[in-house]
Ligand binder design. Structure first.
Ligand code: BG6
Length: 505
């Protein structure tokens, strides 16, 4: 494995939850695997006054709590934490950047020439921090690279994401900017590229001639919890669909890239997003279902409704569920419906892509066929990451009884390998300068353009908000979206575990 060049990582928002739960465990995992540069330091930045020691102590706790057990080794944790320092400053205050620059210069003198800035901040500060960094020359790639990693949400609509891109581009070049979409860091999402482009058997079938429809589900069993304040301004469309799920659509539907170079891949995913057929405003109520969970008993426990969650308005119209039917207007996918849904407080947490193939031209075994007419390829993004092909096989014995059986691959069968967390993969890539799994400006805007009519119709309250009991798969109305396929949505949980929470592929 390649080791990135020596560098310093500056994390803005270092006292926040993301740093504690995700970034530090991911960096520690890289340290544990000896994938960090020899000279690598992390400077945590935020407004709270903290000593280096207190910061290290807090990060040690986060690493212990959120690392995979096979990585945990106390000596290594302490070794890693020796790379951390803390710098208190207000990222919004332009005058405080001279101090940061002076601090970085002392470190640059000691060997590292490259700097990555990670903005784990409220989005309203992204542009300000970029401008402030530039005001002291920290955007200039003199003697080494300067990279900016930007967390989501990247804007809240097309206009704001466009403004944000303009603000960042005023001081940083596009190839210095890394927009994180942690779904692209998931192993199974990347494996989609390998499945499609390293196997000769799937690609000839991967088009309108053989595919009946494609379904993507991201169900979460948890509610909004303590994030009600943020979620009220987001909702499922902005929080999950515009970014994570449309990026997954991009990987699912893209043309083969000309190479594995970052822009060769990103050009192809961008073309998919550009080809999403705009939903006319009058069709929004027909092609989009929005829902919100209501209080219910889930596995014997009372669960509050979204409107009763802390930080949520009692009459909130924010959606916790969205399902969309759409088309991709290009030669490969013309006429093939794509169904994408996501929701909170579903019966289980599962994310999967299901490619439904067309039936055989003649149903020779009609009347003897159980459950399903058609082959399905299920790509399970989480949990129980893996890939499964459903095929019909003859039941042994008299006659021709056809049973659906699974040809499957589970990642946990590769027992000598652990699945890196999305942040582990993405941080490592940014350190190496590989932007393949980061969202490009044009793609982010294309995704916002696609959801814009939905946002407009909802803002004018021209579409209904459907309520669903917590612990169910969303509003009943969504069942009607898949109107030309008798089985409806793929129920991702045929082998429901005993606790009702886990669902094996
Ligand atoms: C985040 C959203 O981006 O993704 C959360 O803000 C959501 O609301 C999360 O729960 C889902 O990520 P994952 O990796 O748990 O599927």
């Amino acid at each position: 494995m390649q080791i990135p060049n020596d560098q310093i990582l500056v994390i803005f928002g270092a006292s926040g939850d993301l740093t504690y739960r995700k970034l530090m465990p991911a960096l520690y995992a890289l340290h544990h695997q000896k994938l960090l540069p020899t000279h690598f330091e992390v400077i945590g930045v935020s407004r709270t006054t903290l000593s280096d020691e207190t910061f290290r102590g807090k990060m040690t706790e986060g690493i212990r709590a959120f690392s995979e057990p096979y990585h945990l080794n106390e000596a290594k944790v302490q070794e890693f934490c020796g790379r951390l320092t803390y710098h208190a400053m207000d990222p919004a205050d332009a005058t405080s950047y001279q101090g940061l620059k002076a601090l970085l210069e002392t470190k640059l003198d000691r060997g590292a020439t490259n700097i990555v800035f990670y903005l784990s901040l409220v989005p309203s500060l992204f542009g300000t921090v970029a401008t402030n960094l530039a005001s002291v020359g920290l955007n200039q790639e003199v003697g080494g690279f300067r990279r900016l990693i930007v967390e989501k949400p990247f804007g809240y609509d097309l206009a704001s994401s466009h403004r944000l891109n303009d603000d960042l581009h005023a001081t940083f070049k596009e190839d210095q900017i890394y927009r994180i979409d942690h779904y692209l860091g998931k192993e199974t999402v990347q494996n989609l590229l390998v499945l499609r482009f390293s196997n000769g058997i799937f690609e000839p079938l991967w088009n309108r001639n053989f595919v009946h429809h494609v379904e993507i589900t991201a169900a979460e069993s948890l509610g909004v919890g303590s994030r009600g304040g943020y979620y009220e301004g987001a909702g499922a469309l902005r929080d999950m669909l515009q970014n994570h799920l449309l990026q997954v659509v991009g990987f699912t539907a893209m043309e083969p890239p000309s190479s594995m170079a970052p822009d060769a891949i990103r050009n192809e995913t961008f073309k998919v997003l550009q080809a999403l057929k705009p939903i006319r405003e009058e069709d929004v109520p027909l092609q989009v279902v929005r829902g919100q969970y209501r209080a219910a008993q889930v596995q014997g426990k009372d669960v509050v409704g979204y409107r009763e969650e802390p930080g949520v308005e009692p009459h909130s119209m924010t959606e916790t569920y969205v399902a969309v039917k759409f088309f991709i207007d290009n030669w490969r996918w013309g006429g093939v419906p794509f169904y994408v849904r996501t929701g909170k407080r579903m019966p289980i947490s599962v994310t999967e892509i299901v490619v439904h193939f067309k039936p055989t031209p003649l149903m020779l075994f009609k009347g003897h066929q159980e459950q399903t007419c058609c082959n399905k390829l299920i790509i399970r993004i989480q949990p129980d990451e893996g890939i499964l092909l459903k095929v019909g096989m003859k039941q042994p014995g008299a006659g021709f009884i056809v049973k659906p059986v699974n040809l499957d691959f589970h990642y946990d069968e590769l027992s000598d390998k652990h699945l890196p967390s999305a942040y582990e993969r993405l941080l490592y890539d940014a350190m190496l300068g590989d932007s393949t799994l980061y969202a490009r400006a044009d793609a982010v805007e294309a995704a916002w353009r696609f959801v814009a009519p939905i946002q407009r119709v909802w803002a004018e309250e021209k579409a209904s908000l459907e309520f669903y009991p917590a612990g169910t798969f969303g509003p009943v109305l969504a069942n009607g979206l898949i109107d030309d396929y008798p089985e409806g949505w793929h129920y991702p949980c045929k082998n429901l575990g005993e606790d009702g929470q886990y669902c094996a592929l």
